[in-house]
Design a protein. Sequence first.
Length: 695
Amino acid sequence: MSRQTAKYEALLRISQAIASNRDIRSLMNALAELLHSVVQFEYFDILLYDETKKEMTFIFTGTPPRVDGTAWEDGPAEWVMTHQRPFICSFDELELRYPKIAWSRERTIAQSICVVPLTTAQRRLGCMEFVSVRPNAYSEKDAYFMRHVASQVAVAVDNALNYEAVQASEQKVRLERDHLSTLLKVTNAVGSKRDIEVLLQSVSRAIFETFGMEHTFVLIHNLELNRFRVYAPCAPSGRNLAGPEENSPIDQSPWGKAFTEEQRCLVQKAEIADVARSYRQVATMVEQDIEAFCCVPLITHSRCVGVLVVAHKDENAFSAGNLKIIDGIADQLAIGIENALAYQEIAQLKDRLASEKLYLEEEIRTDHNFGEIIGQSDALRDLLSQVEMVASSDSTALILGETGTGKELIARAIHQLSGRRDRALIKLNCPAIPLGLLESELFGHEKGAFTGAVAQKIGRLELAHQGTLFLDEVGEIPLEVQPKLLRAIQEQEIERLGGTRVIRVDVRIIAATNRDIKQMVADHQFRSDLFYRLSVFPLRVPPLRQRQADIPLLVRHFIQKHALRMKRDVDCIPTQTMQLLCQYSWPGNVRELQNLIERSVIVSKGPILNVPTVELMETSDFGKDSEFFEKLAPRKPQKTERDLIVRTLRETGGVVSGPNGAAAKLGLKRSTLVSRMKRLGLYSHGIEHDLHFFP
């Protein structure tokens, strides 16, 4: 038989040995016997590298002492692990290359060494080392063959290491399972028992079944009295150990020390007799043949709520493992007792709150559901009545109204009163989304659907599944997107851009607009079928000028809100100022009022609100209300009006008409402004010749 054939047969037998040996040492013994027929060596070993500890573990065979030349640092093992190539060397060369290990030559007759990497496809395990007493025992061919052997051994070693790890893990799991089984019983009792006595009865039974400790009692700390209240549940055996008195003081007893020091206190057989002389309760234990008892503090995240006391007739019952489990039981019991005490307190408060129930329910119905909507005018009450009617259904709603009237608040109120209140209210401000991205925002897109679509995106309709989608300013949706939105509303299904899968969605649509959407339909700027689908239940939010009774409430609300935020002491508004605010037309509605009050709080230096009424005069369309100036400034109406017109004429260089003239700036017709100028002595003979005040 040729040497090459013998090597291949050896590889075959090595594979068989690997399959039949899970233990690393038995595998190495089998390999040592098989490899002797094809490789020259006196002994070989395996070096397993620990990445965490940066250390090598040696598993060796053969009788000669192992050579330290393969130490991890500054040795062949480090070189082989780094380069993943075989290392062949005589010990003379080894002394020259690694002088730190030269002393080892005196302790062995070895002449040659060959080290090959032990590596799998997943990780680097270490090295396999062959040592011979013959000079030049290993050639490149031998190293090539040894590397083939090492590749098979590496898989076997990896499997063996994993097997040992699994065995150790299973042993640990068995121990933890026994531990957790007991804790599970206690946890179930803690989670299901709200009455303290019933809870302690269940925990006492679990302790008895695990340790045979039938004598158990619990001392719960009373914060008001700073004393213990004792609970001594009946033992499963029918016998019970009487605990301390009903209201036991916190003294130097074992349970008192455990509570005060928040540490476990174990009283064993050798000292129980001495403790019994000072405490009658311990003397009772001794009479019932108790040899040891343990007091464990019941500690929660906030405080120590009491002490668990368990006693046994065998002092050996309190082993380290059992004490660990008892500590775990005490941790769970502490939580259960804290919850039970809280439940008792809640039960006591329940009767006290019962008398206020009807009143609170009415307050919640009127205030909580519309907490963000301030007002009590008839127009607002009518609107909120309609909101309550439509909220209980899943019908689409179209909210109409001028800008700044609070259409989004109405949408939120509908959602909060609906059956979808526990799900999301998703908002889409239609004009804020660029035309090319609006469809993607609504329906989503798949990766690669268009340039820039580098990842999949979920649309707002899909995000609002089982909730509500609020389309703000729906009149701004382009005509080309409207058919897809109509299909989504009617069929409750969508397709993402670039996708082919139909996605079912359950969404309630609430839309809002400040535009005349009926006129848009007539002008073919909005689809009629989408309009009819959206306006199943139209709601019109009244402008603030139709809610004059709500203005004082809104003013006070905004004063309180902004004064609190700015830490200003503004709490008074003059009667005349309030009257003026109520008479103003508020073209910007509630939003304009809020902004004005915020600005007024900023400029107010004392408790009285300082409203810039001149700004209202400058921005108001007083041409539509001939009495506005007289109401706003009844003391000197002509001077105030004259000053405003004069200032405007100065700004326009005396030009009255035209797009940049004074009439346009004041929001008036030219004829109206000329009439007022005549009345104020600023215009005569039909021409602007008496404007001597211009520069």
